[in-house]
Design a protein around this ligand. Structure first.
Ligand SMILES: [Zn+2]
Ligand SMILES: [Zn+2]
Length: 115
C-alpha cells in the first residue's frame, strides 16, 4: 500500500507523509499547518465523527523549547494541542507566534512611555 502512510491535506492539497521528523504521529500539514478533527480522545485514535478542518490559531511552548500548535475545529470549535514537527513551515509558525504582538489589545506606546 503505497499511500497507507500518507494523506492529502484538505486545506492546501499537499500530499503529506505520516512519517514526520520529531514526532511519532503527524496530525497536521507541514505546509499550511492545518489539521483535521479526526481524533476524539488520544492522538491517532481516529474516533471523532466531525472530520472538519482545524485551523492553526496559536503557538505555545511545552517544556524546554518544544513548540505546540493550538488547533481549533471550524465546525465544532474543539481545541487541540499538537506538537510541531521538524519539517513544519517555519515562516507560518513564526507568524502564528508573532500574531498577538502585531495587534495588542492595549496601547503599547503608553507602556513604553511609562516605563
Ligand atoms: Zn496543507
Ligand atoms: Zn470538530
Amino acid at each position: 500500500m503505497a499511500f497507507a502512510r500518507s494523506f492529502q491535506c484538505t486545506q492546501c492539497g499537499a500530499a503529506v507523509s505520516l512519517d514526520a521528523p520529531g514526532t511519532t504521529h503527524r496530525n497536521h500539514c507541514p505546509r499550511c499547518l492545518w489539521s483535521r478533527h479526526l481524533d476524539r480522545n488520544t492522538p491517532g485514535d481516529r474516533k471523532a465523527t466531525c472530520s472538519a478542518g482545524m485551523e492553526p490559531i496559536a503557538v505555545t511552548v511545552r517544556g524546554k523549547g518544544s513548540w505546540v500548535l493550538v488547533h481549533r475545529c471550524l465546525s465544532c470549535g474543539r481545541l487541540r494541542l499538537n506538537r510541531t514537527a521538524g519539517d513544519d513551515n517555519p515562516l507560518l509558525l513564526l507568524r502564528l507566534a508573532a500574531l498577538p504582538l502585531t495587534m495588542p489589545p492595549f496601547p503599547v506606546q503608553r507602556l513604553q512611555d511609562d516605563g
